[in-house]
Design a protein around this ligand. Structure first.
Ligand code: GDP
Length: 396
């Protein structure tokens, strides 16, 4: 019998006995094995062009360039906005903040304050911009108190639109707001009129993520009740909060389950803290009370971890994509529409964007093309006649 085994690419043969049938079978198998083992790698090598490295190239380029993200926080003063932002990004963004006393707050109007910080983690750089809105909802009469906020968002879109339409588009500074965390007080029984008005004024300009602030003030059943109520009211008032993208069908079951839990969690009940306390023998970020400790990163205490995962780990890119593809596109389309209608009304008005001249029909070129076509047709006719003559001559 012919025995063969393969060690790497070396085939070892040994002849044990002779039987023509067996030998023939063994030889055919050997031939097949050799053909497959030699031809397959060759075929694979031939098929490999190299574009499989494209994701690596994109990854390298993106890491080199760095990332940016603009987050807006809105809600009444004292709702824990700055504490939450510091807890989310483990940085002190509000070092220079001046706290107003009750008297000063009476006259305070809504301000927009930008804090920018460059953070780096494992070589990946993130330029984080926090847009704070102190004074929002603090007045007795909160009529249109969201106006400075919507104006700010529009201004950023306008700036981007101008830069994009200008000559130098290489180093455009993108200050568009990618997400707005809206803090709902934990003390009420659902949304207040100012909450509804604010979210309705912003939902078509920015990704609104509603939060229940200071969730440690409520028991788990109170949190559930408030969440259900807020969800119902969001639907009833037609507020379009940020929609998490649908999970791909080929994702594994565990991922799908996590995704479902995340979606069901909205509005996120959060707790913030800038202090580290000792709990279960570990140092954790939390709040210490006479009756115990609430841990910011404990998923059974609040939704802080889920919110952080969405903002930073899983949905930051989607938030940016939705801003760019939906909110900015809507603004841009509206802008172009307004400009065109103004132009048609008064065509003497100069457009900020130079209009391309419409192509005018070139009469001379048309005439030449027509002449060439006719010449070609004449030559084709002559050729046909000559062929016919040759054919007739052969027949005679
Ligand atoms: P901001 O005005 O909305 O930025 O609120 P701050 O972050 O300055 O917080 C106001 C006060 O609320 C501070 O004394 C914080 O320590 C406290 N605080 C912040 N977050 C929480 C929270 O989750 N739970 C509780 N109980 N207090 C909080």
């Amino acid at each position: 019998m012919l025995v063969w085994r393969c060690v790497g690419h070396t085939v070892v043969l040994s002849l044990r006995s002779f039987s023509s049938w067996e030998c023939c079978f063994e030889l055919i198998s050997l031939a097949l094995f050799l053909a497959l083992s030699l031809a397959l790698p060759l075929a694979q090598e031939k098929q490999y062009v190299g574009f499989a490295t494209l994701p690596n190239q994109v990854h390298r380029k993106s890491v080199k360039k760095g990332f940016d993200f603009t987050l807006m926080v809105a809600g009444e003063s004292g709702m824990g906005k700055s504490t939450l932002v510091n807890s989310l990004f483990l940085t002190d963004l509000y070092k220079d903040r001046k706290l107003l006393n009750a008297e000063e707050r009476i006259n305070q109007t809504v301000e927009i304050i930008k804090h920018t910080v460059d953070i780096e983690e494992k070589g990946v750089k993130l330029k984080l911009t926090i847009v704070d809105t102190p004074g929002f909802g603090d007045a007795v009469n909160n009529n249109e108190c969201w106006k400075p906020i919507t104006d700010y968002i529009d201004q950023q879109f306008e700036q981007y639109f101008r830069d994009e339409s200008g000559l130098n588009r290489k180093n455009i500074q993108d200050n568009r707001v990618h997400c707005c965390l809206y803090f709902i007080p934990p003390f009420g029984h659902g949304l207040r009129p100012v909450d509804v008005e604010f979210m309705k004024a912003l939902h078509e300009k920015v990704n609104v993520v509603p939060l229940i602030a200071k969730a440690d003030c409520l028991t788990p059943s109170e949190i559930k009740k408030l969440k259900d109520r807020v969800r119902d009211e969001i639907e009833r008032f037609g507020i379009k909060v940020y929609q998490f993208p649908e999970c791909d069908s080929d994702e594994d079951e565990e991922f799908k389950q996590l995704d479902k839990e995340l979606k069901e969690c909205c509005p996120f009940a959060v707790i913030g803290s800038n202090t580290v306390v000792e709990a279960r023998g570990q140092r954790v970020r939390g709040r210490l009370y006479p009756w115990g400790i609430v841990e910011v990163e404990n998923q059974s205490h609040c939704d802080f971890v889920k919110l952080r995962n969405i903002l930073i780990r899983s949905h930051m890119h989607d938030l940016k994509d939705v801003t760019c593809d939906m909110h900015y596109e809507n603004y841009r389309a509206q802008c172009i529409q307004d400009m065109t209608s103004k132009l048609t009304q008064d065509n003497r008005m100069e457009s900020p964007i130079p209009m391309l001249p419409l192509p005018t029909p070139d009469v001379e070129t048309d005439r030449l093309i027509k002449m060439k076509d006719e010449e070609l047709a004449r030559m084709q006719d002559m050729l046909n006649k000559m062929q016919q003559q040759i054919h007739d001559g052969k027949d005679q």
